[in-house]
Design a binder for this molecule. Structure first.
Ligand code: HEC
Length: 269
């Protein structure tokens, strides 16, 4: 409820300009806060600049004021952050979306934290999403750095956390599954495409429902339905769940094996 009210407040036009300054971007390492930066601080950084990109969320060119995400990560975690080969950066968004990407992706050039939309006073609403990318929006300037190519573009970001995925989401790990078993392959798909929105027994994003608590999804939904739904949720409902038409039948079966394994593991019925 509080989150909902906060969202309402953020999208009201009067609050839009104030929102950025009132809401800092908070960086944490493990459970420790290491830095907070407001939009006004970002604007003063020497590398702040105007960028023009083709924005996949708006499906048109957009102009932002932005700072390189690498600069902020260095300010937060020190110069050696990029040597943490096992590390992942988690981006916490206002709507419960929680994307993650490896340090090796974030250390590439092109990632920018946008803190001001230069096309609209305040921020322009994202088509069909009912929200704007404020207060902070991770965008990429390289033409090949698209969401589908593994570059995260989370909007409405308020927190950035550095952690190791296995430490962050122990409840989602398919413990006891062999390295190339179907549940382990299903976990790889889930980690890549689903965990930003869905939790498993409490660990993951919260845009969609938890798929293992209190009951395992394959314990109460038919596999044939689940496979069709996951491939094309939009054919069933108007929903925030995206279509995953590119998933192969084998990947869908692997996902089912992962769900079964997880509900066995957590003793859900
Ligand atoms: C952008 C967020 C998002 C992503 C990414 C996402 N989902 Fe969802 N999903 C949702 C939302 C929101 C719902 C609940 C609304 C609905 O059921 O339409 C949902 C519902 C579901 C359901 C419940 C169906 C039912 O009726 O019981 C399943 C199963 C599911 N998602 C599986 C997946 C899988 C598997 C992936 C990855 C391949 C995935 N989702 C990726 C947002 C997402």
């Amino acid at each position: 409820m509080t989150k909902f009210l906060l969202l309402l407040w953020l999208v009201s036009p009067a609050a839009l300009r104030a929102a950025n300054d009132a809401t800092p971007l908070i960086f944490t390492l493990g459970d420790k806060e290491v830095l907070r930066v407001a939009a006004s601080d970002m604007a003063k950084r020497p590398n702040a600049r105007t960028i023009e990109i083709f924005d996949p969320a708006f499906k048109k060119p957009k102009k932002y004021r932005a700072v390189p995400v690498k600069d902020l990560l260095t300010a937060a975690f020190g110069g050696a952050w990029s040597e943490n080969a096992l590390g992942e950066l988690f981006f916490d968004a206002l709507d419960g979306y929680r994307s993650h990407a490896k340090v090796s992706v974030l250390m590439q050039s092109g990632g920018m934290i946008a803190f001001e939309d230069l096309d609209a006073a305040g921020w322009e609403a994202i088509p069909n999403k009912g929200m704007t990318p404020a207060p902070y929006y991770l965008v990429w300037t390289g033409p090949e750095q698209k969401p589908k190519s593994g570059y995260p573009w989370p909007w409405a970001v308020v927190g950035v956390k550095m952690a190791i995925l296995e430490d962050e989401y122990p409840n989602a790990l398919p413990k006891g599954a062999g390295p190339d078993s179907a549940p382990a392959r299903g976990w790889a798909v889930f980690k890549r495409s689903c965990i930003s929105c869905h939790s498993m027994s409490g660990h993951g994003g919260t845009v969609g429902p938890d798929l293992n608590a209190p009951r395992g999804i394959t314990r109460y939904q038919r596999r044939s339905f689940l496979k069709k739904f996951i491939k094309q949720a939009s054919a069933f409902r108007h929903t925030k769940m995206p279509d995953f038409g590119e998933l192969e039948p084998k990947e869908l079966s692997d996902l089912m094996a992962y769900f079964d394994h997880m509900s066995d593991l957590h003793g859900t019925k």
